[in-house]
Design a protein around this ligand. Sequence first.
Ligand SMILES: NC(=O)c1ccc[n+]([C@@H]2O[C@H](COP(=O)([O-])OP(=O)(O)OC[C@H]3O[C@@H](n4cnc5c(N)ncnc54)[C@H](OP(=O)(O)O)[C@@H]3O)[C@@H](O)[C@H]2O)c1
Length: 280
Amino acid sequence: MPNVPDITLRDGATIPQLGFGVWQVEDDVAETAVAQALSDGYRLIDTARIYGNEEGVGRAIAASDVAREDVYLTTKLWNKDQGRDKALRAFDASLERLGTDYVDLYLIHWPCPKDDLYVETWKALIEIRASGRAKSIGVSNFLPHHLQRIIDETGEIPVLNQIELHPYHQRADLRELHHQYDIATEAWSPLSSGHGLLDDEVVAAVAQEAGVTPAQAVLAWHLAIGNVVIPKSVTPERITENLAAVDVELTPDQIAAISGLERGAATGANPDEVYIDLWG
Ligand SMILES: NC(=O)c1ccc[n+]([C@@H]2O[C@H](COP(=O)([O-])OP(=O)(O)OC[C@H]3O[C@@H](n4cnc5c(N)ncnc54)[C@H](OP(=O)(O)O)[C@@H]3O)[C@@H](O)[C@H]2O)c1
Protein backbone atom coordinates (compact mmCIF):
# COMPACT_ATOMS: atom_id res chain seq x y z
CA MET A 1 0.00 0.00 0.00
CA PRO A 2 1.47 3.42 -0.94
CA ASN A 3 2.93 5.36 1.96
CA VAL A 4 1.35 8.82 1.88
CA PRO A 5 3.49 11.45 3.64
CA ASP A 6 1.90 13.63 6.33
CA ILE A 7 2.12 17.41 6.57
CA THR A 8 2.07 18.97 10.03
CA LEU A 9 -0.40 21.85 10.29
CA ARG A 10 0.24 24.98 12.34
CA ASP A 11 -2.06 23.67 15.12
CA GLY A 12 0.03 20.49 15.44
CA ALA A 13 -2.42 18.15 13.67
CA THR A 14 -1.22 16.17 10.68
CA ILE A 15 -2.91 15.81 7.29
CA PRO A 16 -2.06 13.25 4.58
CA GLN A 17 -0.45 15.06 1.66
CA LEU A 18 -2.54 13.24 -0.95
CA GLY A 19 -6.25 12.61 -0.58
CA PHE A 20 -9.44 11.96 -2.49
CA GLY A 21 -11.92 14.64 -3.66
CA VAL A 22 -15.57 13.99 -4.47
CA TRP A 23 -16.90 17.14 -6.17
CA GLN A 24 -19.51 16.37 -8.86
CA VAL A 25 -19.94 12.81 -7.66
CA GLU A 26 -23.45 11.57 -6.92
CA ASP A 27 -24.06 10.32 -3.40
CA ASP A 28 -24.18 6.59 -4.21
CA VAL A 29 -21.23 6.84 -6.61
CA ALA A 30 -19.27 8.68 -3.92
CA GLU A 31 -19.97 5.81 -1.54
CA THR A 32 -18.49 3.31 -3.99
CA ALA A 33 -15.53 5.50 -4.94
CA VAL A 34 -14.64 6.38 -1.33
CA ALA A 35 -14.91 2.69 -0.38
CA GLN A 36 -12.32 1.87 -3.04
CA ALA A 37 -10.16 4.85 -2.11
CA LEU A 38 -10.01 3.76 1.53
CA SER A 39 -9.32 0.18 0.55
CA ASP A 40 -6.49 1.35 -1.78
CA GLY A 41 -4.90 3.36 1.05
CA TYR A 42 -6.22 6.91 0.76
CA ARG A 43 -6.71 8.38 4.24
CA LEU A 44 -7.93 11.90 3.39
CA ILE A 45 -11.43 12.43 2.01
CA ASP A 46 -12.54 15.89 0.85
CA THR A 47 -16.27 16.59 0.60
CA ALA A 48 -18.54 19.60 1.12
CA ARG A 49 -22.15 20.35 1.98
CA ILE A 50 -22.80 21.55 -1.58
CA TYR A 51 -21.48 18.33 -3.16
CA GLY A 52 -24.60 16.53 -1.88
CA ASN A 53 -22.63 13.42 -1.00
CA GLU A 54 -21.77 13.76 2.69
CA GLU A 55 -24.10 10.83 3.41
CA GLY A 56 -22.45 8.57 0.85
CA VAL A 57 -19.01 9.52 2.13
CA GLY A 58 -20.14 8.81 5.68
CA ARG A 59 -21.56 5.42 4.72
CA ALA A 60 -18.33 4.44 2.99
CA ILE A 61 -16.22 5.41 6.00
CA ALA A 62 -18.54 3.59 8.41
CA ALA A 63 -18.50 0.42 6.31
CA SER A 64 -14.74 0.36 5.73
CA ASP A 65 -12.17 -1.58 7.70
CA VAL A 66 -10.34 1.66 8.38
CA ALA A 67 -10.98 3.09 11.85
CA ARG A 68 -12.63 6.53 11.90
CA GLU A 69 -9.61 8.02 13.68
CA ASP A 70 -7.39 6.85 10.83
CA VAL A 71 -9.41 8.78 8.24
CA TYR A 72 -8.83 12.52 7.77
CA LEU A 73 -12.26 13.90 6.90
CA THR A 74 -12.80 17.41 5.51
CA THR A 75 -16.11 19.11 4.79
CA LYS A 76 -17.02 22.70 4.00
CA LEU A 77 -19.55 25.28 5.03
CA TRP A 78 -21.67 26.35 2.07
CA ASN A 79 -22.09 30.00 1.13
CA LYS A 80 -25.76 30.21 2.14
CA ASP A 81 -24.81 29.06 5.62
CA GLN A 82 -22.55 32.01 6.38
CA GLY A 83 -23.22 34.01 9.55
CA ARG A 84 -22.84 32.70 13.11
CA ASP A 85 -26.15 30.97 13.76
CA LYS A 86 -26.52 29.45 10.31
CA ALA A 87 -22.93 28.23 10.45
CA LEU A 88 -23.44 26.46 13.77
CA ARG A 89 -26.58 24.78 12.45
CA ALA A 90 -24.95 23.87 9.15
CA PHE A 91 -22.05 22.23 10.94
CA ASP A 92 -24.39 20.09 13.06
CA ALA A 93 -26.25 19.06 9.90
CA SER A 94 -23.02 18.10 8.14
CA LEU A 95 -21.97 15.89 11.07
CA GLU A 96 -25.39 14.27 11.02
CA ARG A 97 -25.16 13.49 7.31
CA LEU A 98 -21.58 12.25 7.64
CA GLY A 99 -22.63 9.99 10.51
CA THR A 100 -19.71 11.07 12.67
CA ASP A 101 -19.27 13.16 15.79
CA TYR A 102 -16.32 15.17 14.47
CA VAL A 103 -14.53 16.23 11.33
CA ASP A 104 -10.80 16.65 11.07
CA LEU A 105 -11.08 19.87 9.11
CA TYR A 106 -13.94 22.31 8.55
CA LEU A 107 -13.53 24.97 5.86
CA ILE A 108 -15.41 28.10 4.80
CA HIS A 109 -16.03 27.20 1.15
CA TRP A 110 -15.87 30.73 -0.37
CA PRO A 111 -15.39 34.10 1.32
CA CYS A 112 -18.30 35.82 -0.52
CA PRO A 113 -16.87 39.25 0.30
CA LYS A 114 -19.78 41.21 -1.19
CA ASP A 115 -21.99 39.77 1.57
CA ASP A 116 -19.37 40.60 4.20
CA LEU A 117 -20.15 37.72 6.56
CA TYR A 118 -16.92 35.82 6.38
CA VAL A 119 -15.29 37.29 9.51
CA GLU A 120 -18.40 36.47 11.56
CA THR A 121 -18.44 33.02 9.98
CA TRP A 122 -14.77 32.50 10.80
CA LYS A 123 -15.56 33.33 14.45
CA ALA A 124 -18.26 30.63 14.34
CA LEU A 125 -15.68 28.13 13.11
CA ILE A 126 -13.45 29.12 16.04
CA GLU A 127 -16.39 28.28 18.35
CA ILE A 128 -16.91 24.96 16.59
CA ARG A 129 -13.24 24.08 16.95
CA ALA A 130 -13.43 24.94 20.68
CA SER A 131 -16.25 22.39 21.01
CA GLY A 132 -13.83 19.70 19.80
CA ARG A 133 -16.07 18.65 16.93
CA ALA A 134 -13.79 20.11 14.27
CA LYS A 135 -10.20 19.24 15.09
CA SER A 136 -8.87 21.96 12.78
CA ILE A 137 -10.41 24.89 10.92
CA GLY A 138 -9.45 26.55 7.68
CA VAL A 139 -10.72 28.29 4.59
CA SER A 140 -11.09 27.78 0.87
CA ASN A 141 -10.83 30.19 -2.04
CA PHE A 142 -9.53 32.99 0.20
CA LEU A 143 -7.39 35.59 -1.58
CA PRO A 144 -4.59 37.39 0.29
CA HIS A 145 -6.84 40.27 1.42
CA HIS A 146 -9.49 37.87 2.79
CA LEU A 147 -6.85 35.96 4.72
CA GLN A 148 -5.30 39.13 6.06
CA ARG A 149 -8.66 40.41 7.23
CA ILE A 150 -9.67 37.36 9.27
CA ILE A 151 -6.20 37.22 10.79
CA ASP A 152 -6.26 40.92 11.68
CA GLU A 153 -9.80 40.86 13.08
CA THR A 154 -9.69 37.58 15.01
CA GLY A 155 -6.01 36.80 15.58
CA GLU A 156 -6.78 33.24 14.45
CA ILE A 157 -4.78 31.98 11.46
CA PRO A 158 -6.42 29.23 9.38
CA VAL A 159 -4.39 26.03 9.24
CA LEU A 160 -5.01 25.61 5.52
CA ASN A 161 -6.40 27.38 2.46
CA GLN A 162 -7.86 25.13 -0.25
CA ILE A 163 -7.46 26.92 -3.58
CA GLU A 164 -7.50 26.22 -7.29
CA LEU A 165 -3.90 25.30 -8.08
CA HIS A 166 -2.32 23.34 -10.91
CA PRO A 167 0.61 23.90 -13.30
CA TYR A 168 -1.45 26.29 -15.46
CA HIS A 169 -2.37 28.40 -12.39
CA GLN A 170 0.23 28.17 -9.65
CA ARG A 171 -0.80 30.95 -7.26
CA ALA A 172 2.68 32.20 -6.36
CA ASP A 173 1.29 35.18 -4.40
CA LEU A 174 -0.92 33.03 -2.21
CA ARG A 175 1.70 30.35 -1.70
CA GLU A 176 4.15 33.01 -0.53
CA LEU A 177 1.62 34.43 1.96
CA HIS A 178 0.77 30.92 3.15
CA HIS A 179 4.45 30.31 3.73
CA GLN A 180 4.76 33.49 5.82
CA TYR A 181 1.84 32.47 8.06
CA ASP A 182 2.52 28.72 8.04
CA ILE A 183 -0.81 28.04 6.30
CA ALA A 184 -0.88 24.76 4.36
CA THR A 185 -1.73 25.03 0.66
CA GLU A 186 -4.30 22.49 -0.55
CA ALA A 187 -4.75 22.29 -4.32
CA TRP A 188 -8.22 21.85 -5.79
CA SER A 189 -8.57 20.78 -9.41
CA PRO A 190 -4.95 19.63 -9.15
CA LEU A 191 -5.20 17.96 -12.58
CA SER A 192 -6.97 21.10 -13.95
CA SER A 193 -10.24 19.17 -13.95
CA GLY A 194 -10.29 18.20 -17.60
CA HIS A 195 -8.94 21.50 -19.00
CA GLY A 196 -6.19 20.02 -21.14
CA LEU A 197 -3.30 19.76 -18.69
CA LEU A 198 -3.10 15.98 -18.94
CA ASP A 199 -2.74 16.29 -22.74
CA ASP A 200 0.00 18.91 -22.50
CA GLU A 201 3.12 17.88 -24.42
CA VAL A 202 5.46 19.04 -21.63
CA VAL A 203 3.57 16.93 -19.10
CA ALA A 204 3.62 14.02 -21.55
CA ALA A 205 7.39 14.35 -22.02
CA VAL A 206 8.06 14.46 -18.26
CA ALA A 207 5.75 11.52 -17.70
CA GLN A 208 7.43 9.47 -20.40
CA GLU A 209 10.90 10.25 -19.08
CA ALA A 210 9.86 9.37 -15.51
CA GLY A 211 8.03 6.24 -16.65
CA VAL A 212 4.71 7.33 -15.14
CA THR A 213 1.33 8.58 -16.38
CA PRO A 214 0.62 12.30 -17.02
CA ALA A 215 -1.65 12.45 -13.95
CA GLN A 216 1.07 10.89 -11.80
CA ALA A 217 3.63 13.38 -13.10
CA VAL A 218 1.36 16.32 -12.23
CA LEU A 219 0.51 14.93 -8.79
CA ALA A 220 4.20 14.24 -8.08
CA TRP A 221 4.92 17.88 -9.02
CA HIS A 222 2.32 19.05 -6.46
CA LEU A 223 3.84 16.85 -3.78
CA ALA A 224 7.35 18.04 -4.61
CA ILE A 225 6.42 21.71 -4.17
CA GLY A 226 4.68 21.00 -0.86
CA ASN A 227 0.99 21.10 -1.73
CA VAL A 228 -1.67 18.93 -0.17
CA VAL A 229 -3.49 17.49 -3.17
CA ILE A 230 -6.97 15.98 -3.57
CA PRO A 231 -7.51 14.52 -7.07
CA LYS A 232 -11.00 13.29 -7.91
CA SER A 233 -11.82 10.23 -9.98
CA VAL A 234 -14.70 7.82 -10.24
CA THR A 235 -12.69 5.48 -12.48
CA PRO A 236 -11.31 2.56 -10.44
CA GLU A 237 -7.96 2.34 -12.29
CA ARG A 238 -7.40 6.10 -11.99
CA ILE A 239 -8.21 6.11 -8.26
CA THR A 240 -5.40 3.58 -7.81
CA GLU A 241 -3.09 5.33 -10.30
CA ASN A 242 -3.41 8.71 -8.58
CA LEU A 243 -2.52 7.35 -5.15
CA ALA A 244 0.58 5.67 -6.56
CA ALA A 245 1.91 9.16 -7.41
CA VAL A 246 3.24 9.34 -3.84
CA ASP A 247 6.00 6.93 -4.92
CA VAL A 248 7.03 9.05 -7.93
CA GLU A 249 10.10 11.21 -7.48
CA LEU A 250 10.69 13.78 -10.20
CA THR A 251 14.14 15.24 -10.89
CA PRO A 252 14.68 19.00 -10.35
CA ASP A 253 14.63 19.45 -14.15
CA GLN A 254 11.33 17.63 -14.47
CA ILE A 255 9.82 19.75 -11.67
CA ALA A 256 11.10 22.90 -13.38
CA ALA A 257 9.64 21.81 -16.72
CA ILE A 258 6.17 21.46 -15.21
CA SER A 259 6.58 24.73 -13.26
CA GLY A 260 7.29 26.37 -16.62
CA LEU A 261 3.67 25.77 -17.66
CA GLU A 262 2.25 28.69 -15.64
CA ARG A 263 -0.20 30.74 -17.71
CA GLY A 264 -2.51 32.25 -15.09
CA ALA A 265 -5.34 30.08 -16.37
CA ALA A 266 -7.98 29.76 -13.69
CA THR A 267 -10.82 27.34 -14.45
CA GLY A 268 -12.96 28.41 -11.51
CA ALA A 269 -14.61 31.62 -10.34
CA ASN A 270 -12.84 34.72 -9.03
CA PRO A 271 -13.45 34.55 -5.26
CA ASP A 272 -14.04 38.31 -5.11
CA GLU A 273 -16.98 37.88 -7.49
CA VAL A 274 -18.69 34.98 -5.75
CA TYR A 275 -21.62 36.01 -3.55
CA ILE A 276 -23.88 33.99 -1.32
CA ASP A 277 -26.81 33.56 -3.73
CA LEU A 278 -24.71 33.04 -6.87
CA TRP A 279 -25.09 29.26 -7.09
CA GLY A 280 -28.25 28.81 -5.04
N1 LIG B 1 -12.93 24.28 -2.56
C1 LIG B 1 -13.40 24.39 -3.78
O1 LIG B 1 -14.02 25.40 -4.16
C2 LIG B 1 -13.20 23.26 -4.73
C3 LIG B 1 -13.49 23.43 -6.10
C4 LIG B 1 -13.27 22.36 -6.97
C5 LIG B 1 -12.77 21.16 -6.47
N2 LIG B 1 -12.53 21.01 -5.12
C6 LIG B 1 -12.02 19.74 -4.55
O2 LIG B 1 -10.90 19.31 -5.31
C7 LIG B 1 -11.15 17.99 -5.81
C8 LIG B 1 -10.44 17.76 -7.13
O3 LIG B 1 -10.76 18.75 -8.07
P1 LIG B 1 -11.64 18.45 -9.38
O4 LIG B 1 -12.57 17.33 -9.10
O5 LIG B 1 -12.20 19.75 -9.81
O6 LIG B 1 -10.59 18.10 -10.50
P2 LIG B 1 -9.28 17.20 -10.73
O7 LIG B 1 -9.06 16.28 -9.59
O8 LIG B 1 -8.22 18.14 -11.15
O9 LIG B 1 -9.70 16.40 -12.02
C9 LIG B 1 -10.76 15.49 -12.03
C10 LIG B 1 -10.97 15.06 -13.49
O10 LIG B 1 -9.80 14.40 -13.96
C11 LIG B 1 -10.12 13.06 -14.34
N3 LIG B 1 -9.02 12.23 -13.84
C12 LIG B 1 -8.75 11.92 -12.55
N4 LIG B 1 -7.65 11.12 -12.48
C13 LIG B 1 -7.23 10.94 -13.75
C14 LIG B 1 -6.17 10.21 -14.32
N5 LIG B 1 -5.33 9.51 -13.55
N6 LIG B 1 -6.03 10.24 -15.67
C15 LIG B 1 -6.87 10.95 -16.45
N7 LIG B 1 -7.90 11.67 -15.95
C16 LIG B 1 -8.09 11.66 -14.62
C17 LIG B 1 -11.44 12.73 -13.66
O11 LIG B 1 -12.18 11.84 -14.44
P3 LIG B 1 -13.00 10.57 -13.85
O12 LIG B 1 -13.60 10.96 -12.54
O13 LIG B 1 -14.02 10.34 -14.91
O14 LIG B 1 -12.01 9.45 -13.72
C18 LIG B 1 -12.11 14.10 -13.64
O15 LIG B 1 -12.71 14.38 -14.90
C19 LIG B 1 -12.69 17.96 -5.91
O16 LIG B 1 -13.21 16.68 -6.07
C20 LIG B 1 -13.06 18.63 -4.61
O17 LIG B 1 -12.91 17.73 -3.53
C21 LIG B 1 -12.73 22.05 -4.27
